[in-house]
Design a protein around this ligand. Structure first.
Ligand code: ASP
Length: 336
């Protein structure tokens, strides 16, 4: 008898799922979850002071708290990702928004992208110099335009029309980042290789909301001393950012040229979709087995529809954090 009741409830359950426009993550215990990064690089315990480590940890926790609150209050993963990244962009600790690195001409020149995993909609901006929060401009492109990526002055014009805050470029200046540019110019041997990847600070976030929707976003100033309007992986859907409710959400950080060439974010999703990899296996395969042998330094944070996550990197460290509705929380900088 109990078997019959079980069978009826399974049939009813599958039927109600098919009629739900928003696929709810029924199998998971986890209602919502959030994963973030603040850049990967070759930092070591010796060259990051305890005071500075504490500052980063505090900011990562603040970002996780903000994201959890939005998700707890039934906010969308899109809202969580935008707001969490806004907080990190506003902090001079990270290479995004205020505190972005300088390009060869001494200008902060930023890229960002965002993608949602229900309809695979995406938005991105590249080479923007006066939008206070580039991730918000990326979201506006996703929601309010017919396009996926806008760049330079056009992106600023669009952001202004959408009512986003435009600032004087001096807003993004920080002495630390400027000094980094001067040092790099003096060395003049900056090939950005894995051995020298010290320019950490790109920010990213992936969130899973109560409706089972995944969103991923990434925001960056790119790489110090970049020239010729170079654009990295962060605003490129499939390279620096990707989200698909049926696989996972990914935000990347590292030497962008490699992340573009290896389609890192989409490759992780594809390994799950076509090969049945778990999120941890997929992230490991791409970061350690594909990128490391070619000296493509960096890492990813990923989250699937059940709240499973991966924080994979092939550098010495990656500022990172994960938290979910079950009260689990991880915040780390260096390798385990
Ligand atoms: N991926 C970024 C870029 O290449 C930089 C970083 O994540 O550190 O522009």
């Amino acid at each position: 008898m109990s078997k019959i009741i079980k069978l009826i409830s399974i049939v009813f359950f599958s039927f109600s799922c098919q009629n739900n426009e928003t696929p709810v993550n029924q199998q998971s215990k986890i209602d919502y979850a959030l994963i973030i990064h603040g850049g990967a690089g070759n930092m070591s315990i010796e060259n990051v002071t305890e005071e500075s480590q504490a500052e980063y940890i505090a900011k990562l926790n603040e970002a996780l708290n903000l994201g959890l609150k939005i998700l707890e209050d039934s906010g969308s993963s899109l809202d969580a990702v935008e707001n969490v990244i806004n907080l990190l962009e506003d902090s001079p600790l990270f290479n995004a928004g205020r505190g972005a690195v300088f390009n060869h001409d001494g200008i902060n020149d930023m890229d960002a992208s965002i993608m949602e995993g229900l309809h695979l909609n995406a938005g991105a901006v590249a080479g923007v110099k006066d939008i206070k929060n580039p991730i918000s401009a990326a979201r506006a492109v996703l929601e309010k335009s017919d396009h996926v990526m806008l760049s330079g002055k056009g992106a600023s014009e669009f952001a202004k029309l959408e009512g986003l805050e435009i600032v004087d470029p001096s807003y993004f200046y920080t002495q630390t980042r400027y000094d980094e540019l001067i040092k790099t110019l003096e060395r003049d041997d900056d090939d950005g290789s894995i051995l020298k990847l010290k320019k950490m600070g790109t920010v990213g976030c992936v969130a899973l909301d109560k409706n089972g929707n995944i969103c991923a976003g990434t925001s960056t100033g790119g790489m110090t001393n970049k020239k010729y309007n170079r654009i990295g992986d962060s605003p490129i859907i499939g390279a620096g950012t990707y989200a698909n409710n049926s696989t996972c959400g990914v935000s990347a950080t590292g030497h962008g040229e490699f992340f573009i060439r290896y389609s890192v974010a989409h490759d992780i999703s594809a390994l799950m979709e076509y090969k049945g990899f778990t999120i941890k296996e997929a992230a490991y395969e791409v970061i350690q087995n594909k990128l490391l042998p070619v000296h493509g330094g960096g890492g990813v944070v990923c989250l699937d529809a059940k709240g499973n996550y991966a924080m994979e990197f092939n550098t010495n460290g990656m500022f990172r954090g994960y938290a979910n509705s079950d009260g689990e929380r991880v915040v780390k900088i260096f390798k385990d």
